[in-house]
Design a protein around this ligand. Structure first.
Ligand SMILES: [Zn+2]
Ligand SMILES: [Zn+2]
Length: 219
């Protein structure tokens, strides 16, 4: 019998399981989060929390957490998942997301941000939904409250409304009910934070009081 030896996908040294970074690489990937803005998750780089931009213009999101920054192995793995449909790192990423959720927002229902149809066409999967399922297996309650607005809805809008694209992308599902005071939104990457803030605004206008954002990478 040959016993299986798992190797770290970052440094190729022995690891504890299939596609799991070794302890050293895992720490390196995750050890950034002490110094990020609590509202937008950017690196504070010595500034007070919240960061100057969030103090100037408070976001709709009431708190934000990321597994890590949009660099190195995380960026590589998430790109492979998003654009190539490569799901090999999805389990580990789900585990890290579930740990963040448990630390900051245990018990609060998770809402995956719905994908762009073009993204599903390209990779064959919805990466955010896949990660949400991994979190659900680890005990996170997942609810699909949001959906993308269809093209037909957009056609009926005035030109001015269509220009305000951010406000048009999502809506509460017709059958969905806002039953909780707080929710956590899940997305893969946050760059400007627009998507999360637009979704938070929609949820708040429908009755939610606080909405948090959880992402794999903060760009
Ligand atoms: Zn390693
Ligand atoms: Zn900030």
């Amino acid at each position: 019998m040959i016993s299986m030896i798992y190797l770290c996908p970052v440094c190729s040294r022995p690891s504890t399981g299939y596609m799991r970074p070794c302890a050293t690489c895992g720490d390196e990937i995750l050890n950034h989060s002490d110094t990020t803005c609590s509202l937008c998750a950017i690196d504070l780089a010595g500034c007070d929390d919240p960061c100057p931009a969030c103090r100037m213009d408070a976001p709709q999101i009431d708190g934000m957490n990321a597994v890590g920054p949009w660099t190195g192995p995380l960026r590589e793995w998430l790109s492979a998942l998003k654009y190539g449909g490569d799901t090999r790192m999805a389990e580990w990423l789900s585990e890290k997301l579930a740990e963040k959720w448990k630390t900051d927002w245990a018990g609060i229902h998770l809402i995956p941000v719905p994908p762009r149809p073009a993204r599903i066409f390209r990779s064959g999967i919805d990466p955010v939904w896949l990660l949400a399922l991994g979190m659900r297996r680890r005990g996170t309650p997942v609810v699909r409250l949001l959906r993308r607005k269809g093209k037909r809805t957009q056609k009926n809008l005035s030109r001015l409304d269509r220009l305000d694209e951010g406000a048009l992308k999502y809506e509460i599902r017709r059958s969905a009910r806002i039953t909780q005071k707080e929710y956590v939104l899940l997305d893969d990457v946050s760059t400007t934070g627009t998507t999360l803030n637009v979704c938070a605004r929609i949820l708040k206008s429908a009755g939610a009081e606080r909405v948090y954002g959880l992402v794999v990478c903060k760009d």
